[in-house]
Design a protein around this ligand. Structure first.
Ligand code: PGA
Length: 260
C-alpha cells in the first residue's frame, strides 16, 4: 500500500484525478470504478476541469459504481444515480450506455447482483477503482464483519453509517437501512485501487486500515492484500499514523529511486 500524505483536500483530489487521467491516456477505453460520498467530489471536479480545459476524453470509458441505497428512485436527490449524474456524468462526454450503477429498485436483488458481477467481467474488469472510507472502516457499503471475499450483494447498513449519512437527509429516519454494494472480493479484483480520505473524523479508520491487522472489522484493511493500492490522505486523516514520517520520506525519495 502506498500512502501519499497531501497538505490539503484539493491537492489530495488532484493527486487522485491525475492517476485516473494517466490511466485514460494510456487506455482510452478503461473501465473506471466510481465512488460516491463527499470525499471524491474534488476528484470529480478536477476530472471535469481536465475534460473541459485539457480535452480529457471519456467517450470510450465504461464505469461501474460501488453501491446504491435500496428503495430510493433514481430521481431522488440522495440516490447515487442522481449524485453521479449531477456531480460527474452530465459534465463529461461519457456514453450513457457505458454507465453502470447498482439498482436500488430492482424486483430481484440476487439476480441483479449476479448480473452486475457478470457485466464487470464481460467489460474486462475494473482498471482503476476509486474508494472512500467510512468512519467504521468500510469500503463501499461493506460494513464491519463483511467477508473479505464478498461479492456484490444486499447489505444492512451499520447504525454508524446511517448516523454519518443522516446529514444528507432531512431526518435520520429517511436514511435507507439497506444498500446494494460491490463486495470486498469484487473491489480487490480491480487492477488499481485509489482510496481517498480527509479530515480528523477519518484518522482512526485510516490508521486501522494502513497499520492495523487485516480484519473484516475494518474492511478497508483488505487493501493491504492488494498489489497496487494508493491511499491519498490529508494531514488530518494522517494524524494518527505511527509511520507517517516514513510515508513522507518514501514520497520525497521517490524521484531519485532507480527506474523499475
Ligand atoms: P464520505 O463517505 O466520503 O461522505 O465521508 C465515505 C464512505 O462512507 O465510504
Amino acid at each position: 500500500m502506498e500512502v501519499i500524505v497531501q497538505k490539503t483536500y484539493d491537492e489530495m483530489s488532484k493527486g487522485g484525478a491525475q492517476l485516473i487521467a494517466q490511466t485514460l491516456n494510456a487506455k482510452p477505453n478503461a473501465v473506471l470504478g466510481m465512488a460516491t460520498g463527499s470525499t471524491p467530489l474534488g476528484v470529480y471536479k478536477e476530472l471535469v476541469r481536465m475534460h473541459k480545459n485539457e480535452g480529457l476524453d471519456f467517450s470510450q470509458v465504461t464505469t461501474f459504481n460501488l453501491d446504491e441505497y435500496v428503495g430510493l428512485p433514481v430521481t431522488h436527490d440522495q440516490s447515487y444515480h442522481y449524485f453521479m449524474h449531477e456531480n460527474f456524468f452530465k459534465h463529461v462526454n461519457i456514453s450513457h450506455q457505458n454507465i453502470y450503477i447498482p439498482s436500488g429498485t430492482t424486483g430481484n436483488y440476487k439476480a441483479f447482483c449476479d448480473w452486475y458481477e457478470k457485466r464487470i467481467e464481460e467489460c474486462g474488469g475494473i482498471d482503476v477503482q476509486i474508494l472512500g472510507i467510512g468512519t467504521d472502516g468500510h469500503i463501499a457499503f461493506n460494513e464491519p464483519t463483511s467477508s473479505l471475499s464478498s461479492r456484490t450483494r444486499l447489505k444492512t447498513l451499520a447504525k454508524m453509517t446511517i448516523d454519518d449519512n443522516a446529514r444528507f437527509f432531512e431526518k435520520r429516519e429517511d436514511v435507507p437501512i439497506y444498500a446494494i454494494t460491490m463486495g470486498v472480493g469484487t473491489i480487490l479484483e480491480a487492477r488499481k485501487l485509489i482510496l481517498l480520505a480527509n479530515g480528523k473524523g477519518k484518522a482512526q479508520a485510516v490508521k486501522e486500515m494502513v497499520e492495523g491487522p487485516v480484519t473484516s472489522m475494518i474492511t478497508a484493511s483488505a487493501l493491504q492484500l492488494h498489489p497496487s493500492a494508493k491511499v491519498f490522505i490529508d494531514h488530518d486523516a494522517a494524524s494518527l499514523l505511527e509511520m507517517k514520517d516514513y510515508y513522507e520520506w518514501i514520497q520525497q525519495k521517490k524521484p531519485g529511486a532507480p527506474q523499475v
